[in-house]
Design a protein around this ligand. Sequence first.
Ligand SMILES: C[S@@+](CC[C@H](N)C(=O)[O-])C[C@H]1O[C@@H](n2cnc3c(N)ncnc32)[C@H](O)[C@@H]1O
Length: 218
Amino acid sequence: MSFESEVKSYLEKGLKELEISLLPEQVEKTAAFLSLLQEFSKPLGLTALKDSQEIAVKHALDSLSVIPYLPEEVPLLDLGTGAGLPGMIIKIARPEQEVWLVDARKKPISFLTYAAGVLGLKNLKIVQATVGKKDPLPRHYFGCVVSRAVSELPLLWELAKPLLDKDGFLLAMKGPKAREEVKAFSKKFPATQVSIKEFRLPITGDRRTLVFIKESPS
Ligand SMILES: C[S@@+](CC[C@H](N)C(=O)[O-])C[C@H]1O[C@@H](n2cnc3c(N)ncnc32)[C@H](O)[C@@H]1O
C-alpha cells in the first residue's frame, strides 16, 4: 500500500472515533497534504515523524480534534503553524472559512505556500511573521487563535489577546500534563475564563488536553 492510501485508512478510522465527518474529497486532500509533508519533511526539516500511522494520528487527527470547538464564519489564526499543524488540516476540513497560518520561519511558510497551490485552497492567508514583534496581523479581528506546541500559556495569551475580537478565544493544544500549567495560568491571569477538555487520540490512545482561554466579561 502507498503512504497516501495507508494514511487515508488511518484517517477514516480515526475520524469515526472522533465522531467527525469529512467529505471523501476532504479526506483525499488531507492525505495528499500529509504526503507532501512527508516528501518535504527531510529537506526542509518539517517534522520528525515518518511513519504513516504517526503522521495520520499525531499530526492530522490531533489537528482535527479541535474542529467541533471552532466557531464557523469567523476568521481563524494558527499561531506558530510550523508545517501547517493544525491550521492546514483545519482549512481542508473547513474550506469556506477564512484561515490564517502564521510562522516566524521561512522554510515552513514556503512549504505551505506551495502546498496550498497544489491543493487549490482558497481564502487562506499564509504569513511569515513573528507574532508580537511588529507583526502585520490585524488587531481585534480573529474569532479564534489556535496554537499547538508553541509556548507556555502566559506568553501565548499575551500574543493572542490583541488579535482576538471581543468574543474571541485562544485554543491551546496541549499534551497530557496541562492541568498544572492551567492552574498556574489562572492564578496569574485572574481576569480570564479558562476551561479544559481532556481526551485521547484515536488509534494510539495518547492523552491530549485542549485549553480554552478568553477574557472575562467586564
Ligand atoms: C514546535 S513548532 C510547532 C509547529 C506546529 N504548530 C506543530 O504543532 O507541529 C513551534 C513553531 O512556532 C513558531 N513560533 C514560535 N514563536 C512564534 C511567534 N512569536 N510568531 C510566529 N511563530 C512562532 C516557530 O517558528 C515554530 O515553527
